[in-house]
Write a protein that binds this ligand. Structure first.
Ligand SMILES: Nc1ncnc2c1ncn2[C@@H]1O[C@H](COP(=O)(O)OP(=O)(O)OP(=O)(O)O)[C@@H](O)[C@H]1O
Length: 559
């Protein structure tokens, strides 16, 4: 506490009044912001001294008033990295040649980064200045990996129309006669309509509803056939992964899902980072598959569908699956689930085929499974289970709930920081939340890894969401990830307790002109919010200090 009091900004709180006509309401979920590099970067080779690293988070949430249930403490964090990487700068592809992390691990080793950057101001390609400001990753970055160079051809597939109508249709089976274009309701259904899925994936999982879509692809809920476990599968489109979004590894372990030849493996940084983390506040990595178009990142599915549709809207779906399976692809009719906030969707496993399916054992022989009606998935969109939708349902949280949720997020950021990981796109959309208000961080597509023992590196590219971007990022200056993450925490805190962004627009954020909240706030939470949104990073509170802030300190045991 003393440490916080002595170092945190003690300046009086100041507010501005939003200009008339400008809405801070959280209307648009995402709007793209891309920031381009305005300078060259020199990367030096560095010598690497692996050192053990482990972080243990021991928050004590006993003092928190859990809104629905007692919170089990967020568990120990281990990062299983042993890299020979150059993670100091996010510009080049990470050439890690890392031993893949084997989870769970008690400790890890990380390398010191060694990039030197010649810095110059950022250029913001777009900066809409109203409402919920934009999101998304950089676009159009050069691909450094050509799948056709290194990938074996996709193995021929036998369609599994019972698993995924229309998805696993071999090219030869696609009807040549013109047929009416299918009316597909979701991004995933359109993308996978004629896409041959990795056979092992298709045998292991059954695709269900779409959970979301974004800059890199789409996310679909799936059920593991042998036990019905619910997982989230992120289909990451190869062509959309920017150069800095790849990592080159010595190996990825014994993973049949990857079809790359023996030797170094190129995988999305997002999968590498997720696989390296074991933390109760981060969705767990489960598996990784690839084909010539997508990586499929299979991860823990977390969260409760929050949005209540105003009325049931039937979704007509017609799928043309070609001659081989046309009998199994009738028109499907489905409707949105009607769920109250907090009500769990019934995820009881259905009669999915197992890996021992006769269809796989003998692809050419007809199977009784083929005669089963196809599952209507992912033809329908499931309500999002992220914090954005959750807050939309509540408008804003009461103080106890906000504290409970915020403390979990702080703990996640703190624990990742201890391991040298910054998410860099911290926002309510990237936090899955369940009906007990337990949150888990998702979407590590913008994450960076650095040596936490060294001063935080400076980055020149911004990959996140404008309304959560720090003043220094918005001003186009090189930025350090940890203090910028603290700024994002300040924005999140404002949204949790007021339901609104703290700034009327990007210009206000650049100078830290925080809007006067429409609701009366506890002075402690207001102080914490202002400390996170301090424009001067030398005065901005750190994540360690946030844990000791009077508003939260009771929740954290001394380490
Ligand atoms: N593990 C998960 N559990 C539950 N829901 C998830 C999970 N992963 C993703 N989602 C849902 O899918 C949405 C999109 O996921 P994600 O943010 O990873 O995709 P993206 O393509 O990177 O999107 P964006 O470009 O907007 O960041 C999320 O907002 C969330 O609602």
């Amino acid at each position: 506490m003393e440490a916080f009091v002595s170092t945190a900004s003690r300046q009086p709180l100041s507010f501005i009044t939003p200009s008339p006509g400008f809405s801070q309401s959280r209307l648009d979920k995402t709007r793209p912001l891309s920031v381009t590099l305005g300078s060259s970067v020199t990367t030096s080779t560095m010598s690497v001294t692996p050192s053990p690293l482990s972080a243990t988070a021991t928050p004590d949430f006993a003092a928190a008033q859990a809104p629905a249930s007692p919170l089990s403490p967020i568990g120990a964090v281990t990062l299983g990295l042993t890299t020979a990487a150059s993670p100091q700068c996010d510009e080049p592809m990470m050439d890690a040649f890392a031993t893949p992390p084997q989870a769970p691990r008690a400790s890890s080793s990380m390398l010191a980064g060694g990039a030197r950057a010649t810095l110059s101001p950022l250029q913001l390609d777009s900066s809409p200045s109203t409402g919920r400001l934009p999101s998304k990753k950089i676009k159009g970055a050069k691909m450094v990996y050509s799948p056709s160079d290194a990938m074996p051809p996709t193995p021929p597939l036998t369609p599994r129309p019972d698993l995924y109508p229309g998805a696993a249709v071999a090219a030869a089976d696609i009807p040549t006669s013109p047929s009416p274009p299918p009316k597909l309701a979701t991004v995933s259904a359109r993308a996978l309509q004629f896409h041959a899925l990795h056979p092992l994936f298709a045998a292991t999982y059954t695709l269900c509803e779409e959970l979301g879509s974004g800059g890199f692809g789409f996310v679909v809920r799936a059920e593991r056939n042998h036990d019905g476990a619910s997982v989230a599968v992120k289909f990451i489109e190869r062509a959309k992964i920017p150069s800095h979004g790849w990592v080159k590894l010595r190996s990825w372990g014994d993973t049949p899902g990857l079809t790359q030849p023996t030797g170094p493996k190129l995988v999305p940084m997002e999968a590498f980072v997720l696989r390296s983390i074991r933390h109760e506040g981060v969705v767990a990595f489960i598996d990784l598959f690839e084909d010539d178009k997508y990586f499929y990142l299979v991860m823990e599915h977390h969260g409760t569908p929050w949005q209540i549709p105003e009325k049931d809207v039937p979704v007509e779906v017609s799928v043309s699956t070609g001659p081989a399976s046309s009998a199994m692809a009738p028109t499907l009719t489905s409707s949105w689930p009607r769920l109250a906030p907090g009500q769990q969707q019934n995820l009881t496993p259905t009669s999915s085929p197992t890996m021992a399916s006769p269809l796989l054992a003998n692809p050419s022989s007809p199977s009784p499974n083929l005669l089963a009606p196809p599952r209507p998935a992912p033809m329908e969109r499931r309500s999002s289970c992220d914090l954005f939708e959750c807050i939309e349902q509540y408008s804003r949280f009461d103080e106890a709930t906000a504290k409970y949720v915020f403390a979990q997020i702080v703990e996640i950021v703190y624990s990742l920081g201890q391991m040298g990981i910054c998410h860099r796109d911290l926002k309510d959309e990237n936090l899955a939340i369940d009906n007990r208000f337990r949150v888990k961080l998702i979407d590590f597509g913008s994450a960076v890894i650095f040596d936490p023992r060294q001063p935080a590196p400076l980055y020149q590219r911004f990959h996140g969401t404008q309304s959560f971007a720090s003043a220094e990022i918005l001003r186009g200056e090189p930025y350090q990830a940890p203090p910028s993450e603290v700024w994002s925490l300040g924005v999140l805190l404002s949204i949790l307790v007021t339901g609104e962004c703290p700034f009327v627009n990007a210009d206000a954020a650049k100078v830290g002109a925080i809007s006067r909240p429409k609701v009366r706030l506890n002075p402690e939470v207001e102080h914490l919010m202002h400390a996170c949104l301090e424009v001067d990073i030398s005065k901005r509170i750190t994540v360690s200090q946030i844990r000791r802030h009077p508003w939260l300190s009771a929740l954290f045991r001394p380490r």
